[in-house]
Design a protein around this ligand. Structure first.
Ligand code: SF4
Length: 727
């Protein structure tokens, strides 16, 4: 299909590309300006398009479930740090509710440069296909693709094919997935972009990847038989290339934030050397104990330094070239390095690994009791190559390792493979089994945590003849709404417990409300402060997902000027927020404060909640809860492992001296502690609902939806259901 392309205007291409893989119909429509102006872009616009495509009975693998890519109006502007982001959205095969995942690289920018704000793909193809969006010829085609099931082999095929056809690698950006996405519900989408600065085999330049890991969107992609979506485009030129309302203002904001990043990062977190893995040492601190160790049982370990950001920076990361995942990002945190594979068909081969980022480093490291940084990097590579989410795979393996530890599983249940803490060879072997769907245990692990608990329970009952252990297993099966936890142990952060439970509507992920760090630093003294933070932080975090912005130059670079801002939460980094507002206003021609800009996120947060409520029903709030393991010690030994800390909390709860508490039995103390913490969490969740304008069951009130202007975007059926849920 040929299409007409116009210049970017205020960051928008003003076109949506729709593709029906069943009929082969391709259409380039003008973006509805009413929806664009209300939802703005990225995640919000994608959610709205998803909402319009599905109904309460749509299955994630139904042809009508769309796969959507949506960057946002500020994406792809290299004059401001961190404009790399694009959102992938679909009904999640992993959780059954709307799935959302952001990813970096050049794909979102290229989409816009090729002429599209959104790509929406429905239907299923009969054959494996490539969708090729050619921004040079202004043409979209669907072509037959080879069935290449390993991502890096596919990457090479695509790069070779299109360079032979005359395209320059720097003008290509594409997304792929692999065989793991077919055999699990948690396939990831890899975003490939060309880095001309890195050296391999004495030659400059190779493709690198970022991932949309969460909620199984790669599994939707492969189910539609899409092997890759490839976009060819080049940067727009001219005096005002991105169509800014005030280009000088937008550029000025970018220079200011770049300066802050360049001055602050080298003397603070050093993301440019350690990447996000630098966070491991912070979470591991004795007084925080927030690093998940052995399936979140423990919160710190002296061996964590062997998998820390410093270790990677000093020993494994390659610091040559530039590590920004998009031009203009002065934070340059996308680290990577070389490892020699010890498992799989390519054993003995030296490969480039993008990562590990913090989550993957903990997931395959501390949380499995593995203190071998190279094994972690290798696991990262295999997950990317198979196309599965590192976080989900790692946390599911952590659950199974604990099942082995507690004798709920035996070697026979896993076809002779013992999954024990610290066994990196078994971990790598099992990753292969999951991705290839090789054994019953691996296939069950590929379905997800909720059904895995049932399977382990059945095996246990069959093997031992004992009662159903399901309730005990659920205490340490680390998931919310079916989505395994990202890698934060939340015992010491009530805000983060509530974030996972209620503020993240995709399940247990930190994208919406990553409050743990500032909570540990003491930012929220009262329950009401915490409830408020569960509203204000997601506005900014998910607001960035709507705009096409990376959060890290904001959240991981504390602007010293923020210390001076009066009457506000300094931890939200208000001095840098001013620069984001200047950029936004410069691009879009508005005159809004940063608070007003991000308040707009309430629209899509409410929409997502409405979509969940339609699926879960009027008691949607019952899904807003975390397993016991996320709240505190689940057995007496775990209580005693942090006895002093726990005893002092009990002393405060009971109003009794420490000497009195020390004489009590661990079992009694643990019951008091857990009941108290659960009560606090329940109170916080209800205070959060109240702040949001939701009813006591977590359903948005009609008046709230009207107040944020969302009501008019909902169809009659939804309006009726929400009204009934509030009656
Ligand atoms: S901060 Fe890191 S992840 Fe974000 S855009 Fe920059 S390089 Fe990419």
């Amino acid at each position: 299909m040929k299409y007409a392309k116009s210049n970017l205007t205020r960051g928008y291409a003003n076109k949506i590309l729709t593709i029906d893989l069943h009929t082969g119909a391709i259409d380039a429509k003008v973006l509805d300006s009413r929806a664009r102006d209300y939802f703005i872009g990225g995640r919000a616009l994608g959610l709205y398009l998803l909402y319009r495509r599905i109904n309460p009975n749509t299955s994630p693998y139904a042809p009508e479930n769309p796969l959507i890519f949506s960057p946002g109006p500020l994406a792809g502007v290299p004059n401001f740090p961190g404009t790399s982001k694009c959102m992938a959205l679909s009904l999640s095969p992993h959780t059954g509710i709307p799935g959302v995942s952001n990813f970096g690289g050049h794909f979102g920018a290229h989409m816009k440069f090729a002429g599209f704000d959104v790509i929406e793909i429905t239907g299923k193809s009969e054959k494996d296909v490539f969708i090729v969006i050619d921004g040079f010829k202004n043409e979209v085609t669907i072509i037959e693709a080879p069935k290449i099931e390993h991502v890096f082999e596919l990457e090479k095929f695509i790069a070779d094919k299109f360079t032979q056809e005359g395209y320059d690698k720097k003008n290509m950006a594409f997304v792929t997935t692999g065989i793991g996405a077919t055999n699990t519900t948690y396939g990831c989408i890899n975003s490939h972009y060309y880095d001309p600065t890195k050296t391999a085999d004495g030659q400059k330049g190779f493709f690198r990847t970022k991932q949309a890991g969460r909620t199984g969107l790669g599994s939707v992609m492969v189910d539609k038989k899409i092997r890759s979506v490839i976009v060819m485009a080049e940067y727009p030129h001219g005096e005002n290339p991105y169509g800014a309302a005030d280009w000088e203002k937008a550029k000025r904001a970018g220079s200011k934030l770049s300066k802050v990043v360049r001055e602050v990062d080298p003397v603070s977190l050093k993301m440019h050397r350690k990447g996000s893995a630098g966070l491991i040492s912070f979470m591991n601190k004795e007084n925080y104990r927030s690093l998940p160790v052995k399936n979140y049982q423990y919160g710190s370990d002296p061996r964590a330094e062997q998998i820390s950001g410093k270790f990677y920076a000093d020993n494994l990361f390659d610091h040559g070239g530039m590590d920004g995942c998009y031009p203009g990002c002065s934070l340059k945190c996308t680290k990577g390095g070389w490892v020699t594979l010890s498992a799989g068909d390519q054993k003995g081969t030296k490969v480039w690994v993008d990562g590990p980022e913090y989550e993957t480093a903990c997931g395959f490291g501390s949380n499995l009791g593995i203190w071998n940084a190279e094994a972690v990097m290798e696991a990262n590579w295999h997950c990317d190559n198979f196309g599965i989410d590192t976080i989900t795979a790692a946390v599911i393996i952590g659950f199974l390792m604990e099942c082995f530890q507690r004798d709920y599983l035996s070697k026979e249940d896993a076809d002779g493979l013992a999954l024990t803490w610290g066994d990196d060879k078994a971990m790598l072997h099992f990753l292969h089994q999951i991705s290839n769907g090789e054994t019953e245990c691996a296939r069950e692990a590929g379905k997800g945590m909720i059904s895995l608990v049932d399977w382990v329970s059945e095996r246990y009952m069959k093997r031992t003849g004992l009662g159903n252990p399901e309730k005990k297993l659920r205490k340490f099966a680390m998931q919310v709404k079916g989505l395994p936890f990202s890698l934060y142990r939340t015992h010491r952060s009530l805000s983060m417990q509530a974030s996972y439970a209620a503020a993240s509507d995709i399940g247990a992920h930190h994208a919406a409300a990553w409050l743990i760090k500032v909570d540990l630093l003491g930012a929220f003294p009262t329950l009401q402060d915490r409830a408020r933070a569960l509203v204000t932080y997601p506005r900014v975090r998910l607001g960035n997902d709507n705009l096409g912005l990376c959060k890290l130059p904001w959240v991981d670079v504390f602007n010293p000027e923020s210390e001076k801002v009066k009457d506000t939460d300094k931890y939200i980094n208000p001095a840098s927020q001013e620069m984001y507002a200047e950029f936004y206003n410069g691009m879009l021609g508005t005159d809004l404060t940063w608070e007003k800009i991000y308040e707009q996120t309430d629209r899509d947060i409410n929409l997502q909640r409405v979509m969940n409520a339609i699926i879960f029903g009027r008691n949607t709030g019952e899904k807003d809860w975390v397993p016991d393991r996320a709240i505190g010690p689940t057995d007496d030994d775990l209580y005693d492992a942090e006895k002093n800390f726990h005893d002092s909390e009990i002393s405060k709860i009971l109003g009794k001296p420490l000497e009195y508490v020390e004489k009590m039995q661990a079992k009694e103390k643990r019951t008091i502690l857990m009941n108290h913490r659960k009560d606090q969490l329940q109170k916080l969740i209800h205070a959060y609902y109240h702040e949001r304008g939701w009813n006591e069951n977590g359903v948005p009130k009609v008046e709230t939806l009207k107040q944020v202007g969302l009501w008019d975007f909902l169809n009659k059926e939804t309006q009726t259901k929400i009204t009934e849920m509030n009656s």
